[in-house]
Design a protein around this ligand. Structure first.
Ligand SMILES: Cc1cc2nc3c(=O)[nH]c(=O)nc-3n(C[C@H](O)[C@H](O)[C@H](O)COP(=O)(O)OP(=O)(O)OC[C@H]3O[C@@H](n4cnc5c(N)ncnc54)[C@H](O)[C@@H]3O)c2cc1C
Length: 441
């Protein structure tokens, strides 16, 4: 195996992080937003288009965070399937979570189309490769129920037909969802930035929020470039939340996810492995996600970080790729990078409100859809109810744009302050569960 000759994010080659050119500083804003990723930009676009004065503070360059480092798969997943959601929340609530996930993904697609966003969007479906034993009748019944409710038909793909979806014998079967696709995440981010600037949003890059104090109905915000007072505050820092926000940090578990991209393999070769040019996932606790690059020339594969040294981590991903496609054992890896995804303790996305600050957060590795949706919901919360004190209040307001994720508490653990010392243990536990469940590991 040959490991990355040039480390670095594949997406950044075409759409690198950028410094803001907007030097204007105002000590006053209607709404301040911390973090210039998908979530912060969605909130900003919605608010600015509604005539509000919006300022975004980004600690690093614009496009530094997870939004440009991800796999670009529009998964919009919830970590739990319908049966698990029903067990925890009841059947009606389980359906409403899934309704919202379907609506969130469709909204992203409408946004891309309506705004003519150039982000290499390709709706080729996603196949989840299944290694574990499964109950065919139960999956087919669930597929029928899903198709009836949403007019989207997932399919269980088995035996010979599987070869027309993936050139691999790694899986017993696959679950195909036609409504999931791929984007170029860094292009999407910079397109959203373009729309935000056009709507009048001020973006300060390399400007870290250092301290937040509640002042009257608003907030005094101390940044590395100066102070500002804002009537409303949205925090969209997610996996990059730092010590300036101790309440949020204590409620989120950041996890490193990392990605490799192969050398150019040629479109025919890639097509022989991925005949439908779809996205891929696995039915494991700590499985891989993978896809062709938008030009169809290379393969990208990502997974959770298991090793501290980059070289070992990269080699693990390459082994994973070769485990699925043995033909790629000797291929060169040209790009390798990592980024932070973030999980609340209950592993459900959140639109939390605490002490007046709105937090669209906790997307559990599926923020391409969720950050867009919940960032926008955060903005709608402000537009519908300027006196927001808690999420339930806004959700109860008939004018307020309710989200199922606005009603959920955000818990923490005693003595936890944001450093997930327990992650190696948790990863070992999840890997053990994968092994016990059977299949290829
Ligand atoms: C390797 C990887 C692969 C992934 N793959 C997928 C995928 O295929 N599909 C999918 O749906 N999701 C995926 N995700 C998850 C997805 O990228 C994220 O959920 C989503 O981008 C989060 O967007 P965001 O706007 O909330 O946060 P981010 O884009 O991370 O933005 C947060 C920003 O806040 C800034 N910030 C932090 N603290 C401060 C401060 N004090 N002051 C000012 N600014 C601050 C940070 O610098 C950062 O730029 C992946 C993530 C990673 C890392």
């Amino acid at each position: 195996m040959t490991e990355a000759k040039e480390a670095g994010c594949y997406w950044w080659a075409e759409a690198p992080p950028q410094t803001s050119e907007d030097g204007r500083w105002s000590s006053q804003a209607d709404i301040a937003i911390i973090g210039c990723g998908f979530a912060g930009l969605s909130a900003a676009i919605t608010l600015a288009r509604a005539g509000r004065q919006v300022t975004i503070f980004e600690k690093e360059a614009i496009g530094f965070g997870a939004s440009t480092r991800n796999g670009g798969i529009t998964s919009g997943n919830i970590r739990y399937n319908r049966a698990q959601l029903a067990q925890r929340f009841g059947h009606a609530k389980a359906d409403s979570f899934i309704d919202e996930a379907v609506a969130a993904r469709a909204t992203l697609y409408q946004f891309i189309k309506r705004e003519k966003i150039a982000c290499d969007f390709q709706l080729h479906g996603r196949l989840v490769g299944m290694s574990k034993p499964f109950e065919k009748a139960a999956i087919e019944a669930e597929n029928i129920a899903f198709a009836t409710r949403y007019n989207i038909a997932p399919r269980l793909i088995e035996t010979e037909e599987l070869q027309s979806y993936i050139g691999s014998s790694a899986y017993r079967a696959g679950l195909f969802r036609p409504d999931i696709g791929g984007i170029h995440p860094a292009k999407l981010l910079h397109e959203k930035r373009r729309l935000a600037l056009a709507a009048g949003v001020t973006i300060h890059s390399h400007c870290a929020v250092k301290n937040i104090t509640r002042k009257g109905a608003g907030f005094d915000i101390e940044t590395s470039k100066g102070r500002i007072h804002a009537e409303h505050l949205i925090s969209a820092t997610n996996g990059y939340t730092d010590k300036a926000q101790p309440w949020l940090r204590k409620r989120l578990v950041p996890v490193i996810s990392e990605i490799i991209v192969t050398e150019k393999l040629g479109s025919n070769f890639v097509k022989s492995l991925m005949p439908k040019r779809s996205m891929f996932g696995e039915d494991k606790e700590v499985g891989f996600y993978y896809r062709p690059t938008p030009d169809g020339q290379r393969i990208l594969l990502g997974g959770r970080r298991m090793h501290k040294q980059d070289a070992v981590a990269q080699a693990r991903l390459h082994q994973g790729l070769a485990g699925i496609f043995p033909e790629l054992e000797g291929s060169k890896i040209e790009h390798y990078w990592a980024g932070n995804v973030v999980f609340p303790f209950d592993q459900m996305p959140k639109l939390a409100v605490h002490d007046g600050i709105i937090y669209p957060t906790g997307f559990c590795g599926s923020g391409t859809v969720w950050a867009h949706w919940l960032g926008r919901k955060a903005a709608l919360m402000i537009l519908a109810n300027p006196e927001i004190n808690n999420a339930n209040e806004a959700a109860d307001n008939p004018q307020a744009p309710a989200s199922n994720f606005a009603e959920m508490p955000m818990r923490t653990l005693p003595f936890y302050s944001g450093k997930p010392w327990f992650m190696p243990l948790a990863m070992s536990y999840y890997r053990l569960r994968d092994r016990l469940a059977g299949g290829r590991y």
